[in-house]
Design a protein around this ligand. Sequence first.
Ligand SMILES: [Zn+2]
Length: 269
Amino acid sequence: MPIDLGLIAAIHVDRARHGDLATPSRRADEVFQVSTIAALLEGRYDGDLSIGELLGYGDLGLGTLDGLDGEMLIVDGVAWQGTMDGSLRRIGAEERTPFAVIVPFVAEREAPLPVPANEALALDPLQRAIDRLIPDPTRIWAIRIEAEVRSITVRSVPRQVPPYPPLVAVTAQEALFALPAGRMTIVGFRFPDALGGIGVPGYHLHAADAARAQGGHVLAVELVAGTIALDPADTLHLELPAGVGDAIAAATAEEQARIAAAEVRIPGR
Ligand SMILES: [Zn+2]
């Protein structure tokens, strides 16, 4: 069934074309997004907004680069690319993104990680723990976790050339990395199910180590200590590259299942 934006009561979705954008407002309760996950699924990987422009809308986020070139992570106002060897590269202001989500992060809720005694907190229990901290699952929640990890598996994806294959074909070429134990920053979003097709329903998390030397898209993690900070948003500003607008209304339940398969697959499942 196509997504009915009229059913999304809690989120105000603003759509604009590149060039129609107003000056970045950086209101604390606004999320800014370039394109949609449905468009990315279809293989729309041409970079649109520059990273310099993107950083005008916030300081924490994630996405990818022109040609689906790796996993982008934005933390403390700096954009990093998770590359195909697991290392992070600082992204230049002139580089472009075909898909990104960013927010001026203000921690409105903070909590220690609920790590069971003598155990570690894995990804599923982490997500359930965040679910319990969130009073309103119909909003978008930005997430920042500072944690000591015992283990973490991240992935990246290789740069594509036109004609672009669909996202599921690219994630089949993903490279996986088990990063060393240590301090990590994990950033990302929890999107409500009602915004499937626009964003990844549920959790989408990218990680960087403390030295900002290694990182990528989080597939599995074991956290031993740390804190969760959360920031809710009730407005989503969508910057839609030419030809992408129709993809919002066209996202189906089947497409959402493919998004889940491409974006939140956990090794071994
Ligand atoms: Zn990702």
